[in-house]
Design a protein around this ligand. Structure first.
Ligand SMILES: [Zn+2]
Length: 198
């Protein structure tokens, strides 16, 4: 989502576009659904106002995606409030944790305040996946960059493009139960990923 909005002229906070450019945000979700994405993530990664969060949820649902995940950076400041604002999602995605400590703290907070399945992704070469599951995460894995050294135990991988084209990226993305794209990817990458899952 961030990559797509930047390509369309975003300069400020992405969640503002849920209110100012709703058709664009809905269109990005819809482009992902059109190539086979089963789950889309709300445009709330950096944290949203109450109004922005409500719009984000509505726009994600309007894409027709089978599932909507509430997206929040694992280090977002007011995590409890942010989670509460996105309670209508099907799952909670705590994303791109930049340290094991941050990832564990986010999961521990989340499971106290939501009954949604909690997914945790780490932007780390190696993450304490078992510890994160023991803390209550329904799925644990890797997001963005750097790519993990070994993702064989990960439930989820949604990695950055890292300068690779769609076909090359897909060949290198590890297998996992949940897969998707992050910075630098777009619907071409998701289409290529989807083709390998059929
Ligand atoms: Zn990313």
């Amino acid at each position: 989502m961030g990559t797509a909005l930047l390509a369309r002229g975003l300069t400020g906070r992405a969640p503002e576009w849920n209110l100012s450019h709703p058709d664009v945000v809905r269109g990005v979700h819809a482009a992902h659904v059109a190539v086979g994405a089963e789950l889309v993530l709300t445009n709330t990664f950096v944290g949203a106002s109450t109004e922005e969060a409500a719009a984000a949820m509505r726009l994600a649902r309007e894409s027709g995606a089978r599932y909507v995940g509430a997206s929040l950076w694992a280090g977002v400041a007011d995590l409890e409030k942010q989670i509460a604002q996105l309670a209508d999602a099907d799952s909670l995605w705590l994303e791109a944790a930049t340290s094991p400590r941050q990832a564990l703290a986010a999961v521990r907070t989340a499971v106290q305040v939501t009954a949604l399945p909690v997914v945790i992704t780490c932007a780390l070469r190696s993450a304490p996946l078992d510890e994160l599951r023991a803390a209550g995460a329904a799925a644990a894995g890797y997001a963005c960059s750097p790519w993990p050294l070994d993702a064989t135990a990960a439930d989820v991988v949604k990695l950055a493009a890292e300068g690779l084209g769609p076909e090359e990226w897909v060949r290198k993305v590890p297998s996992a139960r949940l897969r998707g794209g992050c910075c630098g990817t777009d619907e071409r990458y998701l289409a290529a990923l989807r083709a390998t899952a059929r």
